[in-house]
Design a protein around this ligand. Structure first.
Ligand code: ADP
Ligand code: MG
Length: 704
């Protein structure tokens, strides 16, 4: 039978070739199923029409509609910064409606003196209401419009989509898709399971998630769709786990030998924390079972994960295997290499480094040493998997992800090994195990829940740009005490050239205007040559430079204990986890450290919530949870970098943990009866599993 779900989206009325391309590029939508699976992330009550005076910051509305007359228009700016403003007014107040794009189109449609129904996302500047790119309808139009269902879905979108389809365009396209395919939606769950769990049919659920008639039907629709999504993911995870356990081909590390003991007895610079000891024991237990280890090591920034990684690698070496450690950036790889070579001096374990920037001699030496087995520990970046690295006998792999997951993790290289190495993924993001599996695939979790002794909590404050002189005064005061300062600028692909301009302007301002010119400022960013970057890092590490101006390249793992001040410019543009990572660059020594978040005056509600959270807590767990909540499912722009092993469109693994546990139990029970999902009544489940098979390249359980 023809499966409507897989039909090309271009056949949906109102889409066509050109728009289909945009849908694919912007939202990854290619089929009717994708389109019907593009769920609203918010619903608004379109029956309520506000007065301007009723809409305030405190009323906390994400979308709102009001009725008002346009009393004037204005143009400002030039070129890219051009904007068009319309002033709206009713008896209770005034609002500014602003367009940055599509000005030609909108200026023709806004008539001064006329009354409109205005719909959009409210924001506030000095307490007064404004709205960027609102939807406008003349009152006559609005009144003649047939009453829509009480709740209207707001769809995740991007700027391009909104420009092309209009604010409501997505809604119309979904209506057409439903008309075409709604009656042909095939049930995925076996009847018995669906009844037992009290879920509505899939068809009903898809209808009600797009066109809910009540809060209750919406809730039930969401429950059903989340169930499907999580069950699909769990079927994959559990199936892979069974496969992994059945293979029973993990390397054995029974010996604790010379390398480990020499390091432990003679080289260890400080006593291990209890948590570090426990995790090393867990890894040791894993590697004597005969099963391949897939372990996620969670430990907050600064908790000492590197040492655990190193000692685990020494275990591998003691058992005649090679180990490698993959870091997310060049700088971090070089730093790990330096730290680890230093710590292993006199232990007699040869280390090498390989990165994209390795010069031909370094590359040749590393590759040869690895192939011959002379090199025992290889440290590097993605070059480790991208280049043709031939290990003699790779037994242990550490991936230091430091929250940079989305990066292309084509871990295919390990297919070259006849048997899979043990894998340790390290992350600073503390998440529950079921959730971790949803993010990373099938794995076990270890936690370092204890910081090394003697750390002071970092003091975090939020300043607006007007406090810059105060900031500089404070920086000077700290530098006078002999400390060092980071100043970090955001770098976002879409506006890269502007970001670089901000960065270099900032660097010049500090070098030139900073109250005491004798201070040395250095700069570090991705466009510099590797050798220059390294020199700049060296200057800062050695203390020759007092101030390091950088992009978020320093987010990951840089370790300069004398640095006590982290200034984050345009902090509102960073995600919470990134802010937390950046802050973790200070507070590594015994001195009181500070994190200063700089932002403009005008902040969106979410940005403010992020900055407030940073000032309130340094608990990585709370921040991670809040981050997931704030980002939700709707903010496509914000989640590009999310990089989960499994895409979740509707379930929120933090909020839906109960459902996560339930679907896991169901998946285990289903697979026990029908491991290959071959039974006729499980056909739908197999389809569900296939649909949610996720992104292999970041599913570590698939590496082997
Ligand atoms: P992260 O978990 O963020 O990767 P690191 O491994 O970089 O943390 O460790 C942070 C700092 O703590 C380093 O300077 C490291 O030398 C130090 N450190 C690690 N373990 C201990 C310990 N047991 N006692 C004292 N300091 C430690
Ligand atoms: Mg680290």
């Amino acid at each position: 039978m023809d499966n409507y779900w897989d039909r090309d989206v271009k056949f949906v009325p109102g889409v066509g070739e050109a728009r289909a391309k945009v849908l694919e590029r912007e939202l990854g939508i290619t089929t009717l199923g994708d389109l019907l699976g593009h769920y609203p992330f918010r619903y608004i009550d379109r029956t309520r029409i506000y007065r301007i005076g009723e809409i305030s910051e405190a009323s906390n509305l994400s979308y709102v509609q009001f009725r008002a007359r346009i009393v004037g228009v204005a143009y400002a700016g030039e070129g890219r910064k051009r904007r068009f403003t319309a002033y709206a007014q009713d008896e209770t107040g005034r609002a500014e409606l602003i367009w940055f794009q599509g000005i030609k189109w909108i200026e023709k449609r806004v008539e001064v003196g006329r009354e409109y129904l205005v719909f959009g996302r409210p924001s506030f500047f000095r307490g007064s209401l404004n709205m960027a790119h609102p939807e406008l309808e003349t009152i006559e139009q609005a009144l003649s419009r047939k009453a829509e269902s009480g709740m209207q879905g707001i769809y995740p979108s991007t700027e391009k989509i909104t420009n092309l389809f209009g604010t409501k365009g997505m809604y119309r396209v979904i209506c057409s898709a439903w008309a075409l395919a709604g009656q042909h939606i095939r049930e995925t769950l076996p009847e018995e399971l669906r009844r037992r769990c009290g879920l509505m049919s899939l068809g009903e659920a898809v209808y009600n998630v797009h066109f809910p008639q009540s809060q209750e039907s919406l809730r039930r629709a969401q429950e059903r769709l989340k169930f499907d999504e999580l069950l699909g993911v769990q079927l994959n995870i559990q199936q892979r786990r069974t496969e992994r356990m059945a293979r029973n081909n993990g390397f054995l590390f029974p010996r604790v030998g010379h390398a480990f003991n020499t390091f432990f007895n003679e080289k260890l610079p400080f006593p291990l924390t209890g948590a570090q000891k426990r995790v090393i024991r867990e890894i040791r237990n894993d590697t004597v079972t005969g099963f391949q280890m897939n372990r996620l090591l969670q430990g907050d920034v600064g908790s000492g994960k590197t040492l655990v990684a190193l000692m685990s690698m020494l275990l591998a070496v003691d058992n005649g295997f090679q180990a490698c450690m993959m870091a997310p950036t060049e700088i971090l790889a070089r730093q790990h290499f330096a730290t680890i070579t230093r710590m292993l001096e006199g232990v007699g374990v040869k280390c090498a480094i390989l990165t994209g920037a390795s010069k031909s001699r370094e590359r040749k030496e590393s590759l040869e040493g690895i192939a011959s087995g002379e090199v025992k520990i290889l440290i590097g970046t993605h070059a480790l998997i991208e280049e043709r690295v031939q290990f003699l006998n790779l037994g242990f792999v550490v991936i230091d992800e430091q929250h940079r997951f989305g990066v292309e993790q084509r871990a295919r290289m390990w297919t070259k090994n006849a048997r899979p190495p043990h894998i340790l993924v390290m992350t600073a993001t503390p998440i529950p195990r079921t959730l971790a599996m949803t993010l990373y695939g099938d794995l076990d979790v270890s936690v370092i829940d204890e910081l090394p002794p003697g750390r002071h909590p970092i003091r975090t404050v939020h300043y607006t740009d007007s406090a810059r002189l105060r900031l500089w005064g404070f920086m000077r005061q700290e530098i006078k005490k002999g400390r060092q300062v980071y100043v970090v600028y955001p770098l976002i692909k879409e506006s890269e050239s502007m970001d670089y301009k901000d960065l270099t302007d900032g660097y010049e301002a500090i070098s030139r205007d900073f109250p005491l010119p004798e201070y040395v400022t250095t700069i570090c960013h991705g466009k510099m040559k590797p050798a220059d970057k390294e020199e700049s890092m060296r200057q800062f590490k050695s203390g020759e430079a007092d101030i390091m101006v950088a992009t978020s390249v320093i987010e990951v793992g840089v370790d300069v204990p004398n640095a006590t001040v982290m200034v984050i410019e345009s902090a509102e543009r960073f995600g919470l986890s990134q802010l937390h990572q950046l802050r973790g660059r200070v507070g590594r020594g015994g001195e009181q450290s500070y994190c200063i978040l700089m932002s403009g005056e005008k902040l969106s509600r979410d940005s403010r919530a992020r900055l407030d959270a940073m000032c309130e807590t340094s608990d990585g767990f709370r921040l991670a949870e809040l981050d997931l909540k704030l980002r939700g499912a709707g903010d496509i722009n914000g989640t590009q970098q999310s990089g989960m092993a499994f895409d979740l469109k509707i379930a929120n693994p933090t909020l839906d943990q109960e459902l996560l546990a339930r679907t896991r139990d169901e998946a285990i029970a289903i697979l026990e009866r029908d491991p290959g999902l071959k039974l006729p009544e499980n056909r739908g489940l197999e389809e569900l599993r296939r649909r949610h098979s996720g992104r292999e390249e970041i599913d570590f359980s698939r590496i082997s």
